[in-house]
Every structure is written in C-alpha cells, then in structure tokens.
Design a protein around this ligand. Structure first.
Ligand code: APR
Length: 237
C-alpha cells in the first residue's frame, strides 16, 4: 500500500511571497503589459522581439527570487504523501525547493524550444538568460520561449486531469481560477475527495461541494494545512 496521493495545483499566488508578480492582482503583470502582445500566439507572430524581451525580464526577476515556506512545506509533506505538483507557473521555484514531481501546464521560463519543432527543448542557464528572435539552439533551430501562449494548446492538461482524478487529497494554492483548462482541474476530483483552496482573496467556489477555503497567504495557509495533514497521517499510523 503506497502513500496517499496528494495532488496540488498552484498558480502565481504561491510565488507572490517570493517577490514574483502575479498577473491579476493590483500592480500585476497584466496591468503593466498588454497580455495579447506579450503572451499570445498572435502577439508572437506580430512582434517576436517584444515577446522575447518580456520573458527576458521575467527570467531576470526570477534570478532574485527564492522558494518560500509554502514551496518548502509541499516538499516536507513528501514524508507522508506521494506529492504531485501541477503548476500554471513558469518559474522553477517548486523544483528549486526540491519537489520531486512537478508538471508545468503553461511552460517553463528557464527553457527555450525550437520554433519549427516544439519537441526540441533546451534549458537556459543563469549565464544565458537573454534570448532574441535570432537565438539559435545547439542544432541550429531558431528558438522561442518554452511558454504556452494564449491561443495555443495546453499539451500537459490530459496528464494533469488524470493526476487529479487519482488524488486522495486535492489542494489548490494561489490561483484566480479564471484561465482554462487549468481552472477546470478542480472538477476532476473523485466524489468525496477532500479539496482545500488556499488564497487570501479566493475565487468563488461556493458552487463546488466539499471545498475547504483557507483565506490566507500561501505560507500561512500551508503552515495550517501541513499541520492538519501531518496530524491525519500520524493518527492513521
Ligand atoms: N498567497 C496565495 N495566493 C495569493 C497570494 C499569496 N501571498 N497573493 C495573491 N494570491 C492569489 C490572488 O488572490 C489570486 O487569486 O493568487 C492568485 C493570482 O491570480 P492570477 O494573477 O490570475 O494568477 P494565476 O491564477 O496563476 O493565472 C493563471 O493566467 O496569464 C495567465 O499563464 C498565466 O499561468 C497564468 C494564468
């Protein structure tokens, strides 16, 4: 009998306390950048230079960010649970915190991929954070940010839905639940599986049964939830 499966869906809110801007909070990224110019397929076709510049700036910001206590709490829970992280975030804070299983729905800031062959992906290192439309990969392909732009498919949504369907516990942290298909993950839990939603300004989930809202920042909310989940496991051992 393996450990119970704890599946966690995270959004920009879990990285907020690491100093990384969210998108839709006041002062967020979409207040300062025209989203359809810097993060959509049309925008990339129209002005690839602007899109590369936008992601270069976000990569630079990521270099000053560290995982926070919420990322670390999820790693500590691996003692008692098989923890699977599904994240809409393109930062690598879950990986840097030490999470064993991380599935990115919207791509990864520290990776670039071939414009002509989406399966050809290369990792950037901290010495090479800047890309332009002229950037070529090791085999000569023109490269682009390894990001899922708006108007593009989300290839990892199927495995993500499967993970949520197998969850024994499902936790949502720091997402406004407005972007699909990610926002639909919560509907893939089996009936009776406990769902927790940690967010200081949670979206309205009153229509969904059995969701326990913890209206706190990710670090405080995870502290509270980790205690409860660890206690549950100790009581069962
Ligand atoms: N702790 C937890 N949650 C927080 C915190 C915090 N300290 N600060 C803000 N939040 C919450 C906000 O209340 C909000 O619900 O994080 C959420 C951020 O919402 P968005 O900015 O919409 O980010 P997200 O839901 O991840 O956006 C989804 O939209 O633009 C696309 O691809 C982009 O992946 C992104 C997707």
């Amino acid at each position: 009998m393996g450990k119970p499966k704890l599946v966690v869906s995270t959004g920009a809110g879990i990285s907020a306390e690491s100093g990384i801007s969210t998108f839709r909070d006041s002062g967020g990224l979409w207040e300062n950048y025209p989203v359809m110019d810097v993060a959509s397929a049309d925008g990339f076709r129209r002005n690839p230079e602007l899109v590369h510049k936008f992601y270069n700036e976000r990569r630079k910001a990521l270099m000053n960010a560290e995982p926070n206590a919420a990322h670390r709490a999820l790693v500590e829970l691996e003692k008692y649970y098989d923890v699977y992280i599904i994240t809409q975030n393109v930062d690598d804070l879950h990986e840097r915190a030490g999470s064993a299983n991380v599935l990115h729905l919207h791509g990864e800031l520290m990776k670039i991929r071939s414009v002509s062959d989406p399966d050809y992906v290369e990792s950037l290192d901290t010495e090479h954070l800047v890309t332009t439309p002229a950037t070529r990969g090791k085999r000569g392909d023109f490269m682009r940010p390894h990001i899922v732009f708006f108007q593009e498919p989300v290839p990892n949504i199927e495995p993500a839905m499967e993970l949520v369907h197998e969850a024994d516990i499902f936790v949502v942290i720091g997402t406004s639940m407005v972007v699909y298909p990610a926002a639909g993950l919560i509907h893939a839990v089996r009936p009776g599986v406990p769902v927790y939603y940690i967010d200081p300004h949670p979206a309205d989930v009153s229509g969904m049964s059995d969701v326990r809202v913890i209206a706190k920042p990710a670090t405080k909310g995870m502290e509270e939830l980790k205690e409860e989940l660890e206690k549950n496991m100790k009581d069962m051992l």
